[in-house]
Design a protein around this ligand. Sequence first.
Ligand SMILES: NC(=O)C1=CN([C@@H]2O[C@H](COP(=O)(O)OP(=O)(O)OC[C@H]3O[C@@H](n4cnc5c(N)ncnc54)[C@H](OP(=O)(O)O)[C@@H]3O)[C@@H](O)[C@H]2O)[C@@H](O)CC1
Ligand SMILES: [K+]
Length: 462
Amino acid sequence: MILFDQVLTAAQMRAAEDVLIAAGTSVSALMEHAGRGAAEWVWRVAAGRTVTVLCGPGNNGGDGYVIARVLAERGLPVQVVAPLPPATEAAQQACRRWGGVPVADAAGAVLVDCLFGTGLTRALSPELSQMLQRLAAAHPFRIAIDLPSGIDSDTGQALGDGMPDYQLTVALGGWKRAHWLMPAGASMGERRLVEIGIDAVSGAGRLARRPELTAPRPDAHKYSRGLLAVVGGAMPGASLLAARAAMRGGAGYVRLLAAERPEGVPDDLVVLTGPAADALADERIAAVLAGSGLERGTDAAERLRTALASDHPLVLDADALHLLTPAALQGRDAPLALTPHAGEMAALCRAFAVVAEGKIAQAQGLAAAANAVVIAKGADTIIAGPAGELVFTKPATSWLSVAGTGDVLAGLVASRLANGSAPLAAAEEGLWLHATAARLAGSALLPDTLIAALPAAWEQAA
Ligand SMILES: NC(=O)C1=CN([C@@H]2O[C@H](COP(=O)(O)OP(=O)(O)OC[C@H]3O[C@@H](n4cnc5c(N)ncnc54)[C@H](OP(=O)(O)O)[C@@H]3O)[C@@H](O)[C@H]2O)[C@@H](O)CC1
Ligand SMILES: [K+]
């Protein structure tokens, strides 16, 4: 089965390649397939203009020689710069088949970076780094083949300074983690995949799917669509935003449990100001959201304890993530979703004794330790599940980087949970609605305009 959404580590990619080779394919055949696919993209972009291919010593460089040959055969003016000779058998063969003579330096319309791919093990030397930067400056359009050279395939971190920006990155055989992680993602431009017959790899991550969000059933009523209780705190604005977003996330009934009635509550939102424990005892409650605007004092800790004790499916956000401890989860059976940004993730890792490097390992460690779905937010949001599930998301509009949009996301995820989705699906659906509404809300969006765009986002659902 051809997979367009799995996301691999460099080791998983090599293992998948080994499976194909064991089945009778050669590295050269894979390189030819990958290089031809990549050449199609370069051909379209170049549109007859001059192309420079920068070839490194490994198989990424080998792909470059295939690209140079295919484009030259089609009559495109192509030059190759090769600071290091090909060192693998497949790359040497591809170089021989190209049959040209490399040049020391070049300028032109399109640079094709085939210096290093998944085999990069250390930072580029100053000489190589300067050459890459010089060539990048001498070509207005830059395409990275598989990965921009200098990026760690598994973490998305740059292994050195001065990395150029690319308008297009063509992934070969499968997505690598770096394609959907920052900071790498910010310099890759558009991302496209050339498929070469790689099969499913056990333990691989995947890209988030477009959810199947439909209108309520013909026989729906407010309780069948889900009653969500939003536990508010000392800063009512944040919980109000989350509740208003949740009202448009699919749940049929949203109640805000507030210490006192906040200003600006819309007529269609029910606010209960009595003791939270009483309100949470309602058996019709399908899910609870706590954390947005909770603050971190004694009162907040008590409200969080009450929310946890009620044992409803629960989303914890913001301040609740600073108050949560492993002991507080003892005896809970109901599903749990956590929505930390980087700072909250660090606090949670300390509280749950998760010792791990990097966003993915931390999210997976926390998901296992708290038996929760973890939505690790940021410009490169990922979702980790307690059974090792790992979901990457395509970057949403950068206009989401404004206060209050996290409250909207928490409200949406909680609303999907109340509506009956399992926690991982609720996370994917909430993120999709959030990203789609953000795109529709346009530039300089605010949480209000984001919430206003939610009905139009629903119109775009499958
Ligand atoms: N998987 C697949 O199915 C397919 C994969 N394909 C392609 O293969 C690529 C992976 O190829 P690869 O493993 O040969 O690694 P690649 O990135 O070319 O470089 C490794 C070389 O660079 C060297 N080196 C490393 N760092 C260095 C540094 N800083 N400065 C200097 N040297 C450095 C390292 O040598 P070392 O010194 O570390 O021993 C080694 O010689 C992949 O990205 C894709 O494009 C397709 O062709 C077909 C299908
Ligand atoms: K590259």
